[in-house]
Structure formats: C-alpha cells, structure tokens
Ligand binder design. Structure first.
Ligand code: GLY
Length: 301
C-alpha cells in the first residue's frame, strides 16, 4: 500500500482562485505519486510535492507568500519521518524559495529540530542552498494586499481569520512502500504578521506530526489557535489512545480547535494503513489524495 494526501490551505478560497488551487494540488500530487509509485521514499515524495506548491504563486508558501508588517517575507516549514521520529524545521526564514528543503536538511544534516534567525541563513549557506531575492518570492497580489493593510489603523490576525480566514499553507503526507509515514508543512504565515511571528507549521506537534505506527497529520488555518490545542499531536494521540479512525480523530481535532481556541482551519490525516481523511471548519479547503487502492486521484476544493 502507498498513499499520498496533500492540502493547499483551508480558507474562504474565492471562486476565481478555485481552478488555480485545483491545478496546483493536482500537479503537486502527481509529482509525489510518481516518486512513490516508483518505490521512492516518503521523505523525497513529501519534499518534492511541497516544493511544487512552494513554486506555485497560488499558495501562501514559498513564492506567493503573505508579506509581514515590515514588507518582508518570512517563511516557516517542517518535515517529520514517522519511523524514526526524526524531524527538521525552519522558522521566519527569508530569501529561501523552498523552505521545505531546508527543513529536510535540518532533519538530515543537523542534530537539531528547529533553526531560526541568523543561524538558519548560516546553515543554508553551509549546506550549499541557494538564496533568492525577496522579489522572487513576492507576487503582485500580495504586494497589493500588504499595501491595502497599511492604510488600516489596526490589523488583527484574529479579525482577518474571522472575516476571510486566510490560510493557504500547504502540506503533504506520504506512506511509502517501506511503511514510513512522512509529513511536511510549509507556509508564509499570516498577512501583515508581526516580524518574527512563528505559526504552527514549523512546530512539531502543532502543524506537523508523524508516527508510522499510528499515522500522520498536517494542519492549515489560524496558527495561534492551532498552537493552543497542539492540533497535529492531539489528533495522533486520539487515534493512538482511543483507537479512533482518521475521520473521527480529524473531526475531534477540528471540534477542539473551534471550541477551545475559537479557531479555524483544516487538517489532512493519513492512518498507518494509508487511509486518508480530511476535516475543516472553513468555507473551503484545497485537498487531493490517492492510494494504491484507487484508480485515479481525488481533487476537491
Ligand atoms: N497555519 C499557518 C500559520 O498560521 O502560520
């Protein structure tokens, strides 16, 4: 059994952006599926799947990300291998187009889990990762959004989530032929965020978690709320301790996010057998999945 499930964010995706989301997640899933079905490992499949969405300006990850209050682009990403529990993450990183690849380098080439600030730039250089300019990440849509927010006297992320629920974070979970469950998540965070703000995506247990004996979870939505309920690990623990299936656990997690933290978002879940589940409390969520028991890919927005 092999499986791959991806998401391209859970929010109030406008009608005129639905097609771009469908195309972006379909392309990303195709890339990862090819790798997995040729016997590739889950880490490579998740990295390449997410890179495709980071390169696609449709999503709030890599190129196309939201801009912070100072007009800079700061990116967060994480990856976790559920067989070894090894994980790597980067937070508030600038001038890197594919932070998921940097997170993988942290997992594989460092003894740490999460790098930030000057250290992450140094680590990227030491490991030969090319830096990009801010202009390569910035798209006109986000520059315009940022400009319009500067004229507001007060902008709160919570208000933004109540109104538009902007969360175009991307994520992927793979089950490979060796039975490894691997999860990755990547994001530009929230619009006009305070410089240095870190969301749930690079925090292991909050936006990302994998345990090959149980399953994997990648989250999207309002990071501050997701952090409060440690959403990814909460769902994994519910499956582990209550014997819940992925659908029940995903719903439990989203209900908890809403009730305990007044939060919005969505999750993709893959159980240890490779069965995908999705749950969200936003108007739309972009998601796609395929397993070796299916003849074609399901793509929904
Ligand atoms: N869920 C992405 C973020 O809040 O940064």
């Amino acid at each position: 059994m092999i499986s791959l499930v991806v998401h391209g964010g859970a929010w109030n995706i406008p009608d005129d952006m639905v097609q771009a989301h469908r195309a972006g997640i379909a392309k990303a899933l195709e890339i990862g599926w090819k790798l997995l079905s040729n016997g590739g490992n889950g880490v490579e499949a998740v990295e390449q799947t997410i890179r495709s969405m980071e390169d696609d300006p449709t999503f709030d990850a890599g190129r196309g990300s939201f801009v912070n209050a100072l007009g800079e682009i700061e990116l967060d990403a994480s990856i976790m291998n559920g067989s070894s529990l090894r994980c790597g993450a980067v937070a508030s990183v600038q001038n890197i187009q594919n932070p998921i690849s940097l997170a993988r380098l942290v997992m594989e080439k460092s003894e740490h889990v999460l790098l930030t600030g000057m250290g992450v730039v140094r680590f990227a250089k030491e490991n030969g990762m090319m830096q990009c300019s801010k202009d390569e990440l910035l798209v006109g849509r986000e520059l315009e959004r940022w400009k319009s927010l500067q004229s507001k006297t007060r902008f709160s992320t919570k208000d933004a989530f109540k109104a538009d629920r902007p969360s175009d974070t991307v994520g992927a979970i793979a089950l490979d032929t060796a039975g490894n469950i691997v999860v990755g998540t990547s994001t530009g965070g929230t619009p006009n965020k305070y410089p240095g703000r870190v969301g749930d995506s690079p925090l292991i247990g909050c936006g990302t978690y994998a345990d090959s004996n149980i399953g994997g979870v990648s989250c999207t939505g309002w990071g501050e709320a997701i952090i409060k309920v440690v959403l990814a690990k909460t769902i994994i623990d519910y499956m582990d301790m209550n014997g819940a299936d992925g659908d029940t656990a995903a719903k439990y997690g989203i209900d908890r996010l809403a009730k305990k933290a007044d939060g919005y978002g969505g999750v993709i879940v893959l159980d240890k057998h490779g069965k995908p589940s999705v749950c969200f409390n936003t108007p739309r969520m972009a998601r796609a999945y395929r397993t070796s028991e299916m003849n074609s890919t399901v793509i929904e927005v």
